[in-house]
Design a protein around this ligand. Structure first.
Ligand SMILES: NC(=O)c1ccc[n+]([C@@H]2O[C@H](COP(=O)([O-])OP(=O)(O)OC[C@H]3O[C@@H](n4cnc5c(N)ncnc54)[C@H](O)[C@@H]3O)[C@@H](O)[C@H]2O)c1
Length: 347
């Protein structure tokens, strides 16, 4: 059985030697290439680099084609490892390329954002967006390892650290009441956050929660779906705002958690007071953008295309109490539209 420890690489050079990695193709965030030149210069094996300017709108199929054409030009064979150096966008896109290219390559994720260290680098999901639908095209890949070097975080903008806090709220709500309390010690604005405020054991806790669910249900048909809490409505908000580049992934997830807490309360899974408590804790940290009724209709149509839907019904995980979540529940159009309004109401 795969465990978290089996997948975590402690010593990069030793790992590459032990696995006889003679050549790597590094799919790298262009920003990270510029900021962390030393890392690339001392990378302990022969490699070529494909630098990519990262954005959510670049996470598309055309970019995957470009990566694969690059690998063909470089005559990459499947004994070459594909190494992702970047945040979640790079991990998702590089890993998708790896699963498709010549029917599969080994992957090593080297996450450089806090969000990708606690989430995107783990679990084997790959993907790109299509027609504004998040991760509409993707695969599962269990042939991957993860090497974490937190020194990358020294250059990470506060806005991106804050994005990871959004995902930490998700982990707390689905599985860890203690983490929920600890997150209450953070400042109330991204402008005041720095890495020292996020102890390493919080990072470990999040990875452990992720792996706990992934290992039980790799293909995401049951219990793993609790990890999607906040993501059904959150992805719709993220897609709506993607062109304006105003919301990070974690910010959208945090808003999705509030909206989905409302649906949980409407369906009597959660007391409405707890939904309001969740909102009063998260919303001051992650303010909601203004949403017109046209925006809400667009988001509803995006949700109709969500991967988790079953038998033509919208399906999402619902929060049962702080620290506990139920994986597969149905919801209705009215509840979704009301949940978006809940984000805007005071109190
Ligand atoms: N596959 C999964 O299980 C999974 C889980 C969660 C999120 N995701 C996906 O991950 C994406 C979000 O990932 P993300 O939050 O890591 O963002 P990202 O990859 O978009 O990176 C955010 C920004 O940080 C910059 N950056 C990255 N590392 C840096 C560093 N060390 N120093 C300075 N700047 C740096 C990037 O250039 C970019 O501008 C979304 O597309 C989401 O769908 C996937």
């Amino acid at each position: 059985m795969i465990t978290h420890n089996d997948l975590l690489v402690n010593d990069l050079e030793q790992f590459l030697t032990e696995n006889q990695v003679r050549r790597a193709v590094i799919i790298a965030d262009r920003e990270v290439c510029q900021l962390h030149g030393n890392f690339f210069r001392s990378f302990p094996c022969n490699y070529c680099t494909y630098p990519l300017k990262v954005s959510e709108t670049k996470k598309n199929w055309q970019e995957i084609e470009k990566i694969m054409k690059f690998m063909l030009r470089e005559k990459i064979t499947t004994d070459t490892w594909l190494v992702n150096v970047g945040g979640g966008v790079i991990c998702d896109m590089g890993s998708l390329s790896a699963t498709l290219y010549k029917r599969g390559m080994h992957v090593l994720n080297i996450p450089t954002t806090l969000l990708s260290m606690i989430d995107a680098a783990w679990g084997g999901k790959t993907g790109v967006n299509m027609s504004k639908v998040k991760n509409a095209i993707g695969t599962y890949n269990n042939d991957y390892h993860v090497f974490i070097d937190i020194s990358f975080l020294k250059t990470l903008p506060a806005k991106e650290l804050w994005s990871a806090v959004g995902e930490m709220f998700k982990y707390a709500l689905i599985a860890d009441k203690n983490l929920w309390k600890k997150l209450g010690t953070l400042p109330t604005s991204e402008k005041m956050i720095n890495m020292e405020m996020i102890p390493y054991d919080w990072i470990q806790t999040c990875i452990e929660i992720k792996q706990h669910f992934v290992l039980q249900d790799f293909r995401d048909t049951g219990i793993r779906r609790v990890l999607n809490a906040g993501h059904t409505l959150g992805h719709a908000i993220e897609s709506l705002c993607a062109n304006k580049n105003i919301l990070t992934h974690g910010h959208a997830v945090a808003l999705g958690l509030i909206a989905e807490a409302y649906i949980s309360a409407k369906q009597r899974f959660l007391p409405m007071n707890t939904a309001k408590e969740i909102k009063s804790k998260i919303l001051p940290l992650f303010p909601a953008p203004r949403l017109s009724s046209r925006d809400k209709t667009i988001m509803y149509h995006l949700i109709e295309n969500d991967k988790k839907n079953n038998h033509g019904k919208i399906c999402l995980p619902l929060i049962q109490e702080i620290g506990k979540c139920s994986p597969l529940q149905y919801t209705l159009r009215e509840e979704i539209l009301e949940a978006f309004s809940f984000l805007e109401e005071s109190g």
